[in-house]
Every structure is written in C-alpha cells, then in structure tokens.
Design a protein around this ligand. Sequence first.
Ligand code: NDP
Length: 330
Amino acid sequence: MTDTFTALVLRETDDGPVGALEQLTDADLPDGDVTVAVDYSSLNYKDGMALTGAARIVRSYPMVPGIDLTGTVIASESPDFAVGDAVISTGFAVGERYWGGYTERQRVRSEWLVKRPSDMTALTAMAIGTAGLTAMLCVLAIEDAGVEPSDGPVVVTGAAGGVGSIAVAVLSGLGYEVTAVTGRPETHEYLAGLGASAFLSREEMTEQARPLDKETWAAAVDTVGSSMLAKVLSQMKYGGTVAACGLAGGPDLPTTVMPFILRAVRLQGVESVTTPIATRTVAWDRLGRDLAQDLLASMTEVVPMSELIDRGPSILAGQVRGRWVVDPAV
Ligand code: NDP
C-alpha cells in the first residue's frame, strides 16, 4: 500500500458542502478497530443527498461520504476480523456521521461489518449495496407476512431505481408476478428483462386515492411514499402486506384507516441502517442465492469516484437507472 490514497472529501462552505478528491494518509482516518482497503462503494439516494447537502444527511464536516463499502481488511484490532478478510459495511450512519466509502482506504468499527459471502465478488456486493439489502429486507417482510406467489400480483414502486430494480429481480426470481410502477416508460424493456410482467405509470399511481380501490395486490414494495403509497394501500387485497422503505416522492402519507380496518392490510416499515447483524447476514446470504447475477449485471454501471461530484446528485432527480457502483481507484 502506498502511504497516500485518494478520497472524496466534502467540506462545508457558505454555499453548502463542496466535494473534491484529496490525498489522505492513515493519520487522517477516524478512530476504529478495522482498516479496509476499499474495492468499491456505491451510490444510493442518501449519497445524493449528502453530495448536495440536502436534508442534512451529513452531521459534521469534513466528511468522506458513501454509505456503502466493500474491501479487504488490511489492519484489525478486532478478534472478529483478520487481515485478508473480505468485508461489507452498509448503514450504521457511515457516510453520514462517520466517514464512508468514497475512498481507497477507510477505518471503521468492527460492529458495522459483515463478512462478504465467500462466493460473492466485491463488484456484486456493491451492485447490491444498501439498495439491495433494503430490497431484500422488503422481500423478507413480505415472506414473514406469509404472502406467497400464488396469492396474487405484487407491485414495486420506483421500479427503475436501485431498490426497485433489485426488488423486481428478486421477487420475479422467487416466482411472484411483478407489476412495476415507473415514471420512465423508456425503462419498460429493462424492467421486463428483470422480470416485470406489467407496468403502471407514475401519473396513474399518484392520482388521489379513494379510501378503498379494487383489490389488486397481494404485496407491495414501496420506495416512493406519499400519494403513491396511499394509492397502493387502497388497492391491496384482503390481508396483503406493503413493505414501505422509501420517500422518493415525499415523506407524507395521505391515506385513511380503511385498508387497515376493512381489509386487514399490513403496512410494514423497512429500515436498513440499524438492522441487526444477524438479520443482515441472512439478507446477504439470500441476496447471494436469490438475485440472478446476469440481472444484477444488467442493472449495474461502474462509475469512477472522480465523476461522482458532478453526476451523483442526478439520483435525487430519479435519473439513475438501477445501481451505480463507485470505483475509488479511478
Ligand atoms: P433511486 O433514486 O435509485 O430510486 C428511486 C426511484 O423512485 C426513482 O428511480 C424513480 O423511479 C422513483 N421516483 C423518483 N422521484 C419520484 C417522485 N417524485 N415521485 C414518484 N417516484 C419517484 O433511489 P434508491 O432506490 O436508492 O432509494 C429509493 C428510496 O428508498 C429513497 O427514498 C431512499 O431514501 C429509500 N431508502 C430507504 C432505505 C431504508 O433503510 N429505509 C434504504 C435505502 C433507500 P422510476 O423512474 O421508476 O419512477
């Protein structure tokens, strides 16, 4: 390893955070018991907010953003991780409160890490990242609620985004009939390739919801929130489950209690940041088994870290299709 390495550092200015590539040394890294040579990070919605300064995602500056990372342990004071171990870090406020993955090297706390499944490459792990972990937590919530493919179709909102794309691919791979809601008709072919069998437009799914609409969905993965989540709730079949994880359309929820008290609909919140390690390990193993590699490759673009400052914020405008893996070495 060279003494210096490259990191994307956000510094606070009067005009908001400004990011630049900087040369750092180990002495610049924060406290922690495991040092990782980072192979890849990824771009998530939250990273877009960090890069732009929206929503006060970053708690203090200077900050190395990037809520995900994977790499190889190069120093460890933890009995749980040895030099050479391949590890993944997602969530736990890394890239928000603690320095994150947009760097060639990072020091983290061992309690944030999971070992990368032995047959999973670094590229695959970050093509999945927080978005994929969240999608799988939604799938686990649907399964825990007892919803089976034979119960009826499943709807995924924000389908062409990161969480949505992986949810479509996993659910269709498990045998669910998946309807994709997207504001980008040009992604229909892509989504069909991931396994979606029907499409709805963003416009029709954000029309004001009636308290109860036609019973349509056995389950739902919602990454959008607001009027779209209200519409989905109104269309749930009796006993159906909605896994709600996102707010790409807004944080409000203009609904009524009718779906809950007349159709026994379950609204299950999904949270990936502080998910316990045991649940993460299950989710990562399932992602290794249930997410087809060719589909994951079809939704993944590798982006040099140097381009993130300019291109990263486009995720907030819903312009990123699938997943961007961030290569810190270029
Ligand atoms: P992406 O930007 O990749 O995907 C979001 C998708 O939502 C877009 O691609 C677009 O899909 C759709 N969308 C965007 N803006 C709007 C809008 N105004 N109205 C309706 N639909 C819209 O982000 P991610 O997949 O990384 O994250 C999705 C959401 O999930 C975010 O809100 C994020 O904060 C949240 N999240 C939550 C986590 C948790 O732990 N609970 C973890 C990870 C993410 P299309 O073009 O197909 O319409």
